[in-house]
Ligand binder design. Structure first.
Ligand SMILES: Nc1ncnc2c1ncn2[C@@H]1O[C@H](COP(=O)(O)OP(=O)(O)OP(=O)(O)O)[C@@H](O)[C@H]1O
Length: 685
């Protein structure tokens, strides 16, 4: 619009105007030359134009009508230019105050949106950024027309912050039994000489008679778990070794020690020592184990250690008829006796059969039990069968209304245990009597599950953990967690292969790595029998093509076999007449066969506990041993995650087997496989 007016005016110029313009031009020229001379900066045309118009207005006011219009236009133009320039400069210099002072001026340029601040300061998180709009504006340019009054500064509230995460140690302690938190950690390398009879300064608490017996058995030093447990269970103070301690009952004990570290002797020795002081036979030690095979094994240990002590040892597993077992356990079936009647001092049993006797055998009583041992405790505590644990614990405790003191004329005045007796005339001064039973829990993988431990009603329990403490944070802090220690003399390997190649890998181990005296674990009885057949067929073919090569003897070991046959197979394996036993997890717990040199997990174990107990059948009592796990490709991730979870992955070395490594076996393997197929098809038809 302004441009149009100027053009119209220049077309019809009056003389006065022409003169005016001419003078103006001259003045400009003069001014320009004088400003040059004064060394002033050139290019200030906007300013000159403005002053020129002012001069004209004073000099020749009568002729400025049209000129004034032009000048007005030009002035407005120059004004705009000038202000634009000033704004540019101010913007550049970042003087926020100047800009705000311009007040009503309409901004020609849209003010830029303030940049989103990422962080208020270095210590604030991204979360803080999202609440920026609550803070006073930080942008330098605020259009005053849109926001005539500057926004009031809002009070700044404390910014949200995450609380400090609890330490690993605190987390570990959550809900843990106090006994676990204050566990005593014993180095697995600790040993103590059994010592000679009459030796001074002996800390084991063993009698001279026992030391002699141990030497006869070839035991000259005590293993780590035994060095810790014996002084605790056999204190010097003879009152603490009593059979009954109703007013000062003994503390319970939990023991977590690696496989093959000698846990059995750690409880057999003190039990035999303390029970040897008994005069009358009562059921005073109850040992609960998960399998019959283990019952037999522990019985043999009691018999060997307690030889000549006159202690009567019984078992209850269901191996014999119920009536036969009853006849072995109780002397009197009728009349019913308040204190029970026992023909054995020590009973070793499986939980199911024990419950059967509690319910079905008259005079079978647990009130005199001084030791309750739960071996392989984590496995047994996982079994809720018939609520066996609660029933045993209740049979050990006195009934809510104690039985009255027997009359002096009673034929069995001493039959009741002290905690089961109530005085004939109760008084306020009577001290509460506790059962004298000391609970002893053992496992290589003892649970730290507070729920399971609480179910045992442990009394001021003392926790012993045999574990190397180097670099183990939790142990340093005195917190025992579910981390498992393997025997130091165990070497562990894994072979990852195609599932179809697993039998070939086992044959590779047998023929190229000399794997003999081996226990092979499978996932099922079906898998066991198929594998045994396949290896037998292969061995037939192998011997046929290599007449000088010895044939590997392989046998299945399963719960389906009659007990006599199982015993005979184990004997042959011990003697080396059988090279390889293939079994399910039936014998993965506790079985102690010193000749086992290799353990092969043909099928991967389902969890770390199973792995620990399987591989623990070798490398026992300080001997060397190898554990091999055959892992199908699709299982590799899972198996590694199990090991990683237990911080054990580095210990298991991965062995790669190339096709050429098994070339000499491949042909015979195919032959064996074809025979196996025929055998199964033949059986099916
Ligand atoms: N002090 C010792 N000296 C020599 N041998 C011992 C000693 N203590 C135990 N042994 C032997 O060590 C082997 C393993 O002992 P034991 O069966 O008690 O181990 P464990 O800790 O119960 O293992 P698992 O957890 O697998 O049941 C047994 O053959 C046992 O006779």
């Amino acid at each position: 619009m302004a441009v149009e007016t100027t053009v119209a005016a220049s077309n019809g110029k009056t003389k006065a105007k022409q003169r005016y313009l001419k003078r103006k031009k001259e003045r400009r020229k003069q001014k320009k030359s004088s400003s040059h001379a004064a060394g002033q900066k050139s290019g200030k045309e906007d300013e000159e134009g403005l002053s020129g118009s002012e001069d004209d207005a004073v000099e020749d006011p009568s002729q400025v009508d049209q000129a004034e219009e032009d000048v007005g236009e030009e002035k407005a133009k120059n004004d705009r230019k000038k202000k634009k320039k000033e704004r540019k400069e101010r913007k550049l210099s970042g003087k926020v105050a100047d800009v705000l002072a311009e007040g009503n001026e309409e901004p020609e340029v849209e003010p830029k949106r303030p940049k989103k601040r990422r962080k208020l300061d270095s210590g604030e998180s991204e979360l803080v950024t999202s609440v920026d709009h609550d803070l006073p504006p930080a942008s330098p340019v605020i259009p005053s027309r849109r926001s005539p009054t500057p926004p009031a500064a809002l009070p700044s509230f404390p910014l949200p912050a995450l609380p400090n995460a609890p330490s690993k140690r605190d987390l570990a302690r959550q809900g843990l039994d106090e006994a676990l938190v204050g566990a005593e950690v014993i180095d697995p390398a600790t040993v103590l000489p059994v010592g000679e009879a009459g030796q001074e300064g002996d800390t084991t608490g063993l009698s001279d008679r026992m030391k002699k017996r141990l030497v006869e058995l070839g035991i000259t030093e005590l293993f780590a778990v035994q060095t810790a447990l014996l002084p605790f269970l056999l204190p010097k103070d003879s009152s603490k070794r009593a059979l009954y301690m109703p007013y000062d009952p003994p503390r319970d004990v939990c023991v977590s020690a690696p496989t093959g570290s000698g846990k059995t002797l750690a409880y057999v020795l003190p039990i035999v020592e303390i029970l040897s002081s008994r005069i009358v036979t009562r059921l005073r030690a109850l040992i609960v184990l998960p399998t019959r095979d283990l019952v037999t094994q522990v019985r043999e240990t009691f018999e060997a250690v307690g030889k000549g002590r006159g202690l009567k040892i019984g078992t209850a597993t269901g191996h014999h008829s119920f009536a036969h077992e009853q006849a072995q356990l109780v002397a009197e079936k009728s009349p019913e006796l308040e204190g029970g009647s026992s023909k054995v001092d020590i009973l070793i049993c499986t939980p199911g059969r024990l419950i059967d006797h509690l319910h079905g055998t008259p005079n079978f009583s647990l009130q005199h039990v001084r030791f309750l041992v739960i071996d392989e405790a984590d496995r047994l505590l996982a079994q809720s069968f018939q609520d066996w644990l609660a029933q045993i614990l209740s049979a050990i405790r006195a009934p809510p209304t104690p039985l009255s003191l027997p009359s002096p004329f009673s034929p069995y005045p001493d039959a009741l245990a002290p905690s089961f007796l109530s005085p004939s005339i109760p008084t306020e001064l009577d001290e509460r009597k506790e059962p004298s039973c000391q609970k002893l829990l053992f496992s290589a993988t003892l649970t730290s599950d507070p729920g399971k431990l609480n179910a045992l009603g442990l009394r001021d329990a003392k926790y012993f953990v045999v574990r190397s403490s180097s670099g183990d944070e939790e142990v340093k802090d005195g917190v025992a967690l579910e981390k498992f220690t393997m025997p130091a003399s165990l070497r562990e390997h894994m072979i990852v292969c195609d599932s179809a190649k697993k039998p070939l890998m086992l044959l590779h181990l047998i023929h190229h790595h000399g794997v003999r005296n081996a226990l092979v674990f499978t996932k099922s009885a079906e898998s066991t029998s198929r594998l045994v057949k396949l290896v037998e067929f292969f061995e037939d073919a192998w011997v046929a093509s290599n007449p000088s090569a010895p044939k590997v003897a392989v046998r299945a070991y399963s719960s389906d076999l009659p007990p006599g046959e199982r015993r005979s197979i184990l004997d042959k394996f011990r003697k080396g007449e059988v090279d390889m036993l293939v079994a399910s997890d039936l014998i993965s717990r506790g079985i102690d066969i010193s000749s086992v040199a290799h353990v092969v997990s043909y099928d991967v174990p389902v969890d770390m506990r199973k792995y620990v107990h399987r591989v623990g059948r070798t490398a026992r009592a300080g001997r060397e041993g190898d554990a091999w796990t055959l892992v199908e490709e699709q299982e590799a991730r899972y198996f590694k995650s199990i090991l990683k979870g237990a911080e054990h992955l580095e210990r298991v070395k991965r062995m790669k087997v190339a096709e050429k490594d098994t070339q000499d076996l491949a042909q015979l393997y195919e032959t064996a496989l074809a025979r196996l197929k025929d055998a199964y098809i033949g059986r099916g038809s």
